[in-house]
Design a protein around this ligand. Structure first.
Ligand code: DON
Length: 561
């Protein structure tokens, strides 16, 4: 069976070694951020598994080989489409605040945010959701036992994998920017030295944890002797976790947000992701104008003005829908978009009102941590998955006996309303900390379905995830393909700070002049994002998989069959 798979070499030649396609009835396609994860996914598909089986295997492998991005100590969102039922489901495996968490836990006695308190060490960690997702998806959506699907990850954790440039850089960044726990250093910085490229990284404790999950499933991780040991250990190092927080954790299956734009149906992430709502609002505003008839510069102005408004609503209306009322219907309604559109001047940037001015100390996180992967199997089942431990190596704290790197997702809450987090995002009371609440996210796994075909996409990038996915949706629906979606130059505006950040060469000098004349603030920033896209073309029957050239990992000679 395996040897009958025909690899279309084209995608490899296009410098995309992380993503390939091969021919069957529908050519399956996988795009991930790491060749070892793509390999595990293709092996699952080749041995008869579906997209959801492959998602479990890939998710676990990424947790091992991209430890700076995501892992069993974090969470994620899984958007799945079942080609038999023709239904999509959004699996929310977001971390939740510990039951001992409280609104002002990161504030000092004067009510000021304690620097890095929501970012470093076990106090920054929410209760992990990814292990629950792996169990849930294998059991309810996949066709293969979890035990089997976790084997590639277990092997890579136990036997190791070679360090590569991005990993080494991530270790160095983490070492400079945060305090790292002794066990973390033992694995990634032995003798205080970052690994060299090619050095084998072994994570024996993580291999054991994966084995517990493989053999005992959800209960093994969330309600067992292992849970007790993990919680006690974290408490010794200062966490406020309780065993009950784990016992009561479960993933939540939610209805995705559906929206029509330019004749296509979009399936997007609902709260506690802000992605679907924010993108939906922007696209509805664009629909109020003759968007397609505009020049590039006019489009950038309009998209920016729309993002300014949608991100403002993100800040004040969005939060965990199980805790606060989120007016999703209103925010993605045509009527509301038309009201917002009325306030847009096509010749002038909207000035920031004084009441919107937030203290100037807005951080900006340049990282490309967090990871996304996209899958299409030969029956047309799809998976778009974004998973994270938040910033580089999350909290920098590794639980000694389980080898889990804990997330620092608590920083995605409002530590203090209107005080920017590490992505410069502000939030209101809707996203303030409450026990067991899920923190608002920007992760936006997405499906596009048009007359032309389908696209499965997503990316890391903090707040910029939203604008990256938005720009790729627009690109696909105006003739772009998987490659242009991952490679095109990007720009971003998020209400505050009031600046369009753009990648080098995103704008010509004429476009920059035009935008400045309209009153926009511009700032060139280094390249960002790591988008992974799979498309299927109805007319040609071709599947294309494309990995972001910005995230290319080299040095892995992998046979995919
Ligand atoms: O859930 C979120 O929105 C963030 N924790 C995602 C972080 C991220 O994408 C980092 N990438 N640079």
């Amino acid at each position: 069976m395996l040897t009958t798979l025909r690899i279309i070499i084209a995608s490899l030649i296009m410098h995309l070694p992380n993503s390939i396609s091969y021919a069957q009835e529908i050519d399956p396609g996988i795009a991930t951020a790491h060749p070892l994860a793509s390999k595990a996914g293709y092996e699952v598909l080749a041995s008869g598994g579906n997209s959801f089986d492959a998602a479990v295997a890939i998710s676990a492998v990424l947790s091992v080989v991209e430890p700076y991005s995501s892992g069993l100590g974090g969470g994620g969102f899984f958007l799945l489409y079942d080609s038999t039922s023709k239904d999509s489901v959004f699996i929310d495996a977001r971390e939740k605040a510990p039951s001992n968490a409280s609104r002002d836990m990161y504030l000092d006695n004067d009510g000021n945010v304690i620097r890095r308190a929501s970012l470093d060490g076990p106090m920054a960690a929410g209760i992990p959701g990814l292990p629950a997702a792996l169990h849930h998806i294998a059991k309810n959506h996949g066709t293969m036992p979890l035990y089997r699907l976790l084997q590639p990850a277990i092997r890579l954790a136990r036997e190791g994998f070679p360090a590569y440039e991005r990993l080494v850089t991530a270790v160095m960044i983490a070492d400079k920017s945060k305090s790292l726990s002794p066990k973390f250093k033992e694995i990634f910085l032995p003798n205080d030295k970052a690994p060299i490229i090619g050095q084998i990284i072994r994570q024996p404790e993580l291999a054991k944890t994966l084995e517990i999950l493989a053999s005992s499933g959800h209960a093994g991780f969330y309600d067992s002797f292992f849970t007790k040991a993990m919680v006690e250990e974290s408490q010794r190092d200062g966490s406020i976790w309780e065993i009950e927080d784990f016992k009561s954790y479960s993933v939540i299956e939610r209805e995705p947000i559906k929206l029509n734009f330019l004749g296509a149906e979009l399936t997007m992430a609902p709260p506690p992701s802000s992605g679907g709502t924010t993108i939906g609002s922007v696209l509805n505003i664009l629909s109020e104008f003759d968007f397609l008839g505009m020049s590039f510069s006019e489009k950038v102005h309009l998209i920016t003005e729309s993002m300014r408004r949608a991100f403002k609503d993100r800040a004040f209306y969005l939060g965990d829908p199980d805790f606060v009322d989120v007016p999703i219907g209103k925010l993605i309604s045509k009527e509301y978009a038309s009201k917002l559109a009325e306030s847009i001047n096509l010749d002038k940037a909207t000035p920031i009102h004084e009441e919107d001015e937030i203290d100037g100390s807005i951080g900006w996180n340049e990282g490309a941590h967090t990871t996304h992967f996209s899958i299409l199997d030969n029956n047309g089942n799809r998976a778009a998955v974004t998973q994270t431990i938040n910033t580089w190596f999350g909290s920098g704290y590794m639980l000694p006996s389980s080898g889990l790197i804990l997330n620092n997702e608590m920083d995605d809450f409002a530590s203090k309303p209107l005080s920017p987090n590490s992505y410069g995002l502000i939030h209101g009371e809707q996203n303030s900390i409450q026990p067991n609440k899920r923190m608002l996210s920007s992760m936006t796994p997405t499906f596009i379905e048009s007359d032309r075909g389908i696209a499965i996409l997503g990316t890391p990038g903090g707040a910029r995830i939203i604008s990256m996915v938005l720009l790729s949706i627009i690109d696909y629906l105006t003739g772009g393909d998987a490659q242009s979606m991952t490679a095109s130059k990007r720009f971003h505006h998020q209400f505050l700070p009031d600046v369009i950040r753009y990648e080098k060469d995103a704008f010509t000098n004429d476009v920059k002049e035009d935008l400045q004349m309209k009153g926009h603030n511009l700032q060139e920033i280094s390249n960002y994002g790591n988008m992974q896209v799979v498309t299927f073309d109805n007319a040609t029957g071709e599947t294309e998989s494309s990995s972001d050239p910005r995230g290319l990992i080299e040095g892995f000679e992998i046979d995919f069959y």
